[in-house]
Design a protein around this ligand. Structure first.
Ligand code: ZN
Length: 153
């Protein structure tokens, strides 16, 4: 008789415990469904933002697209910011160069300069601008080869 009561009590305890676990698992499942919905909404928002950012990046890249030519150590760039004319730029930081006396100096204060004279830079740029659109055009410039006289890295 006592064993029968203990057996019934034990079964009741196990059933109660399983019911309690079931309620907890259902609550967890509900929480997880809610979390999944939140994460899906967040993912959709992030994907939309990524798409907009990619489109904006492509638009900006197209706006700032430049052709680059190198004459010895100097970059000559042509694009919207140079009114579609080749102009000398720093090969180190890509800021415009300016004539500083007898040398070309970086306007970005990166410390880069070379002994290409401002007149020579103009002639090289003019040569590049002049040869645009001509097929198999040869640039004939007889200029002294510039050398980098100061470069701080
Ligand atoms: Zn520079």
């Amino acid at each position: 008789m006592w064993d029968l009561v203990l057996g019934k009590l034990s079964k009741l305890s196990v059933v109660a415990s399983l019911r309690e676990q079931l309620v907890l698992e259902k609550a967890k499942g509900s929480e997880l469904k809610s979390e999944v919905q939140t994460l899906k909404a967040q993912l959709a928002s992030e994907q939309s933002n990524h798409s907009k950012t990619s489109q904006e990046l492509q638009k900006l890249q197209a706006e700032h697209e430049e052709e680059v030519r190198i004459w010895d150590a100097v970059e000559f760039r042509r694009g919207k910011r140079t009114f579609d004319r080749y102009k000398p730029f720093c090969p180190k930081c890509h800021m415009p160069l300016y004539g500083g006396g007898l040398v070309m100096v970086c306007s970005g204060n990166c410390g880069w300069s070379c002994n290409m004279k401002p007149d020579e830079a103009s002639q090289v740029a003019s040569g590049f601008n002049h040869t645009e659109g001509q097929t198999n055009a040869k640039i004939t410039m007889t200029l002294a080869t510039p050398t980098v006289i100061e470069q701080i890295s």
